[in-house]
Design a protein. Structure first.
Length: 202
C-alpha cells in the first residue's frame, strides 16, 4: 500500500496551513488518494504526489479552471506525463494552449516536498515512546530528548544553528523531522510564494 499522510501531516510536508487543504477539499479542488469514515467523521489521506499537487496549487498566482486543476492533478498526483494543456518537462510543468506556452518552474517545490517526506519517514523510525523514559514522552531513539521540546524551539523561531548547539547528539535528519513536527496543526497563514511562472517562446 502506498505511503499516505493525514491532513495535518500533508500540510506540514507541503509547508502550508491545514486550513488551506481543508478549504481545497470543501471546494473539491483536491481529491485525496484515500477517504474513509471514522465514526461520523470523514478522514482524508494524501500520497506524496497529492502533497506536491496541493503545494503547487496553493502557490499558483491566479485561479485555474476545474478542468485545468483536474488535468494538473493527473500530472502531479497520478504521474501522467501529459494531461490536457499540462505536460512535464524535466522537473517543471509546461502549459500549452494554442500558440501560448507557459513554463511553471516547480523544481524548488518538488525538492521541498521530497526533503520533508524523507524527514517524515526518518522521524517515524527515530521517535520512540516507552513508559520507562520520561513517562512515555516521545523522544529521539537512544536519548532522553523529547521531540515536543525540540519542535517547540523551531516553533518559537530559534535558529537551527542554536538548537543544534544545544543538542549535539542529534543529527541533521533529527532536526529536519523536529522542524516538520513543529508545523503539525499549524495555524492558518499565507504561504510564501515560490512558484515561478514565465511565458515560453513557441
Amino acid at each position: 500500500m502506498p505511503e499516505l499522510f493525514s491532513v495535518n501531516e500533508a500540510a506540514a510536508i507541503a509547508e502550508i496551513s491545514p486550513e488551506t487543504i481543508r478549504t481545497a477539499l470543501e471546494k473539491k479542488s483536491v481529491a485525496p488518494s484515500r477517504r474513509y469514515r471514522a465514526g461520523k467523521a470523514v478522514r482524508h489521506q494524501f500520497s506524496p504526489g497529492d502533497v506536491l499537487y496541493v503545494k503547487v496549487l496553493s502557490e499558483f498566482p491566479f485561479p485555474l479552471s476545474k478542468q485545468d486543476k483536474r488535468s494538473l492533478a493527473q500530472v502531479l498526483a497520478q504521474g501522467h506525463r501529459k494531461a490536457s494543456h499540462w505536460s512535464l518537462e524535466d522537473a517543471d510543468l509546461v502549459y500549452r494552449s494554442g500558440n501560448m506556452q507557459v513554463l511553471v518552474q516547480c523544481k524548488t517545490l518538488r525538492q521541498t516536498v521530497d526533503q520533508n517526506v524523507t524527514a517524515f519517514r526518518w522521524g517515524k523510525q527515530r521517535i520512540v515512546s516507552s513508559p520507562d523514559i520520561l513517562e512515555g514522552e516521545p523522544v529521539f531513539r537512544g536519548t532522553r530528548i523529547p521531540l515536543r521540546h525540540v519542535a517547540s524551539l523551531f516553533r518559537k523561531g530559534i535558529p537551527a544553528e542554536e538548537i543544534a548547539e544545544d543538542f549535539p547528539s542529534l543529527t541533521g535528519l533529527d532536526f529536519a523531522y523536529a522542524r516538520l513536527a513543529s508545523r503539525f496543526g499549524e495555524k492558518p497563514g499565507r504561504p510564501k510564494k515560490r512558484l515561478l511562472i514565465k511565458r515560453k517562446r513557441a
